[in-house]
Design a protein around this ligand. Structure first.
Ligand code: SF4
Length: 316
């Protein structure tokens, strides 16, 4: 096993997803006297509410063990190809009438909304600048566990060389799989967080949809309905679905179909959203060119009422 001691001038950064693996990684680092210099959480704006709710728990734990607090970073969209302006990955998809890139077999959603904001922060962080000036590399700890699923993810990045970062996977070095991570979190007296991911992530398992709020489920229906006319090679967030043979879990290509079939939302509501949302967003886009953010539309009673009118200029 590689030594986990780091040279003093080499900053130690933790990429914190606020999920099980990240929590266990921080617990294990504390056990081993590894104090991070920086802990970053990249907020896509579309995380599950339970993940946001876990942030104060994380901050209290970090303070109790003398670790620095989590710094929340965000991708700030500036150059909009389409309007209205968006502030989250979900709004980005609704505005552009598309789905997160993972649905198409790519990973640019994660790169753009998760990795890039963290790298942008570190690129202006003085300890990193000092380290790089001396020819060193910042150590970035990533919470891939030692179970079969994360082993596949790790296989894709193993051996990747970056002139600015040395990537470390402490959970793998400690041989902690998912079960061991959960055991260690409980042993540290912490609540076990939910799986951290955007609530509409194409990697979501069917049964995980049952844990989402009605607002999140309506958003998923809206996203798939809006993207539907532009999709040619896939049906929806679950691509072309899965028949459930060869050990896979059966699921349709669209989460919307699962939501309807399982009664997670009333069928009439799903149908109403599916038929009305694309047209209403287009009307809203035309009305607010460059103006009101999409959030104003989305907050119109959870997509159930007519969208608000564009902001009128103040009369003085
Ligand atoms: S959680 Fe899923 S949808 Fe969100 S950025 Fe990561 S891969 Fe993309």
């Amino acid at each position: 096993m590689q030594s986990l001691l780091f040279k003093p001038q080499v900053p130690l950064v933790v990429a914190d997803g606020l999920g099980v693996d990240s929590t266990a990684m921080l617990v294990g680092m504390h056990q081993r006297g590894m104090r991070p210099d920086l802990i970053l959480f990249a907020d896509t704006g579309s995380e599950k509410q339970k993940t946001y709710d876990y942030l104060p728990v994380r901050q209290a734990y970090l303070a109790s063990i003398g670790f620095p607090p989590v710094i929340v970073v965000r991708y700030e969209p500036k150059n909009f190809k389409n309007y209205p302006p968006y502030k989250s990955l979900g709004e980005n998809c609704l505005t552009n009438g598309t789905l997160p890139s993972l649905a198409f077999g790519f990973k640019s959603c994660s790169q753009k909304w998760k990795v890039a904001p963290q790298d942008a922060f570190v690129s202006e962080w003085v300890p990193a600048l000092r380290c790089w000036a001396l020819g060193g590399r910042v150590v970035k700890c990533i919470g891939y566990d030692d179970g079969p699923k994360d082993s596949k993810r790790y296989a894709h990045v193993e051996g990747y060389e970056d002139p600015r970062y040395e990537y470390r996977y402490p959970l793998r070095e400690w041989h902690w799989d998912r079960e061991e991570c959960i055991r260690q979190i409980r042993a540290a007296g912490l609540p076990v967080p939910c799986k951290s991911a955007c609530f509409f992530c194409p990697a979501t398992k069917p049964e995980e949809l049952k844990e989402l709020s009605p607002e999140n489920l309506r958003f998923i229906v809206a996203m798939e309905a809006r993207a539907h006319p532009r999709l040619t090679a896939i049906d929806g967030l679950w691509r072309c679905g899965c028949k459930g043979t060869r050990g896979g879990v059966a699921k349709p290509g669209r989460m919307t179909d699962y939501i309807r079939a399982k009664g997670l939302l009333p069928a009439e509501e799903v149908d109403r959203l599916w038929q009305s949302i694309p047209k209403r967003i287009e009307e809203y886009q035309a009305a607010v060119q460059g103006g009101s953010p999409l959030a104003d539309f989305l907050s119109a009673e959870d997509l159930q009422t007519e969208p608000p009118k564009p902001h009128e200029p103040d009369v003085v």
